[in-house]
Design a protein around this ligand. Structure first.
Ligand SMILES: Nc1nc2c(ncn2[C@@H]2O[C@H](COP(=O)(O)OP(=O)(O)O)[C@@H](O)[C@H]2O)c(=O)[nH]1
Ligand SMILES: [Mg+2]
Length: 231
């Protein structure tokens, strides 16, 4: 395993249906030298599927949220691959995860401290998504002057130094907005990179609305905490 590559960290909750395809696609990305799945208290076979592919699996016995899972994965990565860049990957990308290489290149080349994937339009628009995207984008602009096309995008590659500068992470679903602001405030160069990724579409049912409401709450909290810290 070479340390020239990046360590992929996949936070996963109840992703048994799509994780297998995501892992096989990731195995075809040459820039990825190791993969860590963090099973965040799943009630399905997520952990078993990850273990069967031979990647490192960290388990939370209880659900702790996306940010906590990312932190657990990053810590395991730091212990086994000190100094390696990290690639955060959502578990629901399935085959399209094979397109993540372009996200790693600018970081490995030293041209960016963090890259963020910009996804093409998805098959169906998610219900009320703009309701969280807009405050996230406005908050990042207000606090850093930086304009994000997709402020909530979860696929990110960053250097170890950039990650460490952003610790502790904002909780739950505020983690992406927090990372962007903290990396920029620490002087990091952040770059959005178009990536041909597809993920599960969040519909308009009550579950989706609950997801969006939680996302909204966590984004507001992440922004509030960073406003208090000042710029
Ligand atoms: N650790 C953790 N990850 C979660 C949780 N809920 C969802 N995820 C993961 O976070 C990623 C994004 O979730 P997803 O439902 O696709 O959200 P969306 O893309 O914003 O609609 C996926 O990899 C999920 O498995 C959770 O409670 N804890
Ligand atoms: Mg998704």
């Amino acid at each position: 395993m070479t340390e020239q590559g990046v360590v992929a960290v996949i936070p996963a909750k109840d992703e048994a249906q799509r994780l297998g395809a995501t892992l096989s696609a990731l195995a075809r990305v040459p820039q990825v030298s190791a993969v860590i799945v963090v099973d965040d208290g799943s009630r399905d076979r997520t952990a078993v599927i990850a273990e069967q592919t031979g990647v490192l699996v960290c388990r939370h016995t209880r659900n702790q949220g996306k940010a906590a899972a990312m932190q657990t994965g990053a810590q395991a990565a730091g212990e086994r691959h000190p100094g390696a860049a990290l690639l955060f990957v959502d578990a629901d990308l399935a085959d399209s995860a094979a397109g993540l290489g372009v996200l790693c290149d600018p970081v490995l080349a030293g041209e960016a401290d963090m890259t963020i994937a910009v996804l093409p339009p998805q098959d169906r628009a998610g219900g009320g998504f703009g309701f969280v995207v807009r405050p996230a984008r406005d908050g990042i602009r207000e606090l850093t002057g930086w304009e994000a096309a997709q402020p909530l995008s979860g696929m990110r590659c960053l250097t170890r130094d950039a990650f460490d500068a952003a610790m502790p992470l904002a909780r739950g679903w505020g983690v992406e907005v927090g990372l962007t602001i903290d990396v920029l405030r620490s002087g990091g160069r952040v770059l959005e990179v178009p990536c041909a990724l597809r993920h599960r579409v969040t519909g308009r049912g009550w579950r989706a609305q609950v997801h969006r409401a939680r996302q909204y709450r966590d984004v507001r909290r992440a922004l509030g905490a960073r406003r208090r810290l000042g710029s």
